[in-house]
Design a protein around this ligand. Structure first.
Ligand SMILES: *Cc1c(COP(=O)(O)O)cnc(C)c1O
Length: 366
C-alpha cells in the first residue's frame, strides 16, 4: 500500500513505449504520421462515429467545434454552470457568450428541463457535459435543439466510453469533444479529439486545425485558422491507451463497486448517480458530503490528506467565478459543488487502498 494515495495517475503499462520509440526511430515526431491517422480511425470506431479529428488538447477541441459551426460575436451558447472552466472558455474565445443552466439533482449534469427558458433568438448551440463519467439525459435536450434549430456539441472530456441508452457519448449529437489530459480515462499527456458523423464538419475541422491552409494550394489561407494539431508522439501513446480502454473502464467500474459496497452503511455520504439509461464510466469516484456527516467538505479533505489520502473538491460553478459572475443564482449546482469531493480513482488503486480511504472517512465522521 502506498503512503499517499493519489486521486489519479496515468496507466502506461501497454505498448506506449514501443510506439513512441517507433516514432523516434522513424523520425515521424511531428503532426504528420501514421499514429495520428490510426488514433483518429480507432477512436471514431470506439465511439461509433464515422470520423474523428485529433487536436492538441480538449479545450481547443471544443473551440474548434464552435468555430466549425460558425459560432461567434453576438451569439449565445448554453452550457451547464457546473462544469470544468474550459467548456465556457471555449465559447468565450469565439466572442460568443456562455449562458448558464443549473444542474439536475439526479445526475449532477445540465438540467434538460431548465434549458428552454434560456433559449433566445441569439442562441446558436448547446454544450451538454457528461460530468465525472455520467452521460447527460440527451433525448429531451436533442428534442429541444431540433425544435429551436440549435447545434449540440457534447463535452465528453470526462466520459470516454460512457453510454446513453446503449450508445457511446460523442456519437449522440453534431460533434463530440474529448480530452486526453494525464488524469482522463485515457491519456496522451495532452491531447484532444473531435468526433462527428458529418463529412462537412470533418473537412472544416481538419482545415481550421491546420491553420486553414488550403490542402490544394500550399500557403494559401482562405480564412484565419489555428494550429490545434496533435503530434504523432502523442497519438502513439493514444493508440496504445486505446488498445486497453475497455480494461481501464472495467477497472473504473470495479473501483466504483467496491466503494459503493463499503460506503453504503456510512451515513452522510451520497454516492455517485447511475441512471437506469446510463453506463457511468466513473472517471472520478465522486461523492457528496452531506450536512449530517458532521465536518464540512473542506474539513474532510484536510482530514483525508492527514491520513495519506488525496482528494479533489468539485468545480466551482462557473457563474461564481470572476469572468462570469453576474449575480445569477443556481441553487442545485451551488449545493452539489459545495458538498462534492472526488476520492482516489486511479486504475492502479487496490482494494486495500480503497479500504483505507473508507477507514479515514469513518474516523472523520461525527
Ligand atoms: C478536462 C476537461 C476539458 C479540457 O480538456 P483539456 O485537455 O484539459 O484542455 C474540458 N471539459 C471538461 C469537462 C474537462 O473535464
Amino acid at each position: 500500500m502506498r503512503d499517499f494515495i493519489p486521486v489519479a495517475e496515468p496507466y502506461l503499462g501497454g505498448n506506449e513505449l514501443k510506439y513512441v520509440s517507433d516514432c523516434i526511430e522513424s523520425g515521424w515526431i511531428s503532426s504528420v504520421g501514421e499514429y495520428v491517422i490510426r488514433f483518429e480511425n480507432d477512436f471514431s470506431k470506439f465511439c461509433g462515429t464515422k470520423y474523428a479529428v485529433a487536436t492538441s488538447n480538449g479545450t481547443v477541441a471544443i473551440h474548434l467545434a464552435l468555430e466549425v459551426l460558425e459560432v461567434g460575436e453576438g451569439d449565445e451558447v448554453i452550457v451547464p454552470t457546473f462544469t470544468f472552466a474550459s467548456t465556457a472558455f471555449a465559447v468565450s474565445y469565439t466572442g460568443a457568450r456562455p449562458v448558464f443552466v443549473d444542474s439536475e439533482p439526479a445526475t449532477w449534469n445540465i438540467d434538460p428541463q431548465r434549458i428552454e427558458e434560456k433559449i433566445t433568438p441569439r442562441t446558436k448551440a448547446i454544450i451538454p457535459v457528461h460530468l465525472y463519467g455520467h452521460p447527460v439525459d440527451m433525448d429531451p435536450l436533442l428534442q429541444l435543439a431540433r425544435k429551436h434549430n440549435l447545434y449540440v456539441i457534447e463535452d465528453a472530456a470526462e466520459a470516454h466510453g460512457a453510454e446513453y441508452k446503449g450508445r457511446r457519448v460523442g456519437s449522440l449529437s453534431d460533434v463530440g469533444c474529448f480530452s486526453f489530459y494525464g488524469n482522463k480515462i485515457i491519456t496522451t499527456g495532452e491531447g484532444g479529439m473531435l468526433t462527428t458523423d458529418s463529412e462537412e464538419i470533418l473537412e472544416k475541422a481538419r482545415l481550421l486545425r491546420d491553420v486553414a491552409m488550403s490542402p490544394e494550394k500550399r500557403y494559401w489561407h482562405s480564412r484565419i485558422g489555428f494550429n490545434y494539431r496533435m503530434t504523432n508522439l502523442q497519438a502513439a501513446v493514444g493508440v496504445a491507451q486505446l488498445e486497453r480502454i475497455e480494461e481501464l473502464i472495467q477497472r473504473k467500474r470495479e473501483i466504483a463497486e467496491i466503494y459503493a459496497s463499503l460506503l453504503r452503511d456510512l451515513p452522510g455520504v451520497t454516492l455517485p448517480p447511475e441512471a437506469s439509461w446510463a453506463k457511468n464510466v466513473y472517471w472520478m469516484y465522486s461523492v457528496l458530503i452531506e450536512d449530517d456527516f458532521g465536518p464540512k467538505r473542506d474539513k474532510v479533505m484536510t482530514g483525508l490528506r492527514e491520513r495519506g489520502v488525496d482528494s479533489r473538491p468539485f468545480f466551482y460553478p462557473l457563474h461564481t467565478l470572476p469572468p462570469y459572475n453576474g449575480g445569477e443564482k443556481f441553487p442545485v449546482a451551488e449545493k452539489i459543488a459545495r458538498k462534492g469531493i472526488n476520492l482516489p480513482s486511479g486504475v492502479t488503486l487496490t482494494k486495500e487502498e480503497i479500504g483505507r480511504v473508507i477507514e479515514a472517512l469513518r474516523e472523520l465522521r461525527r
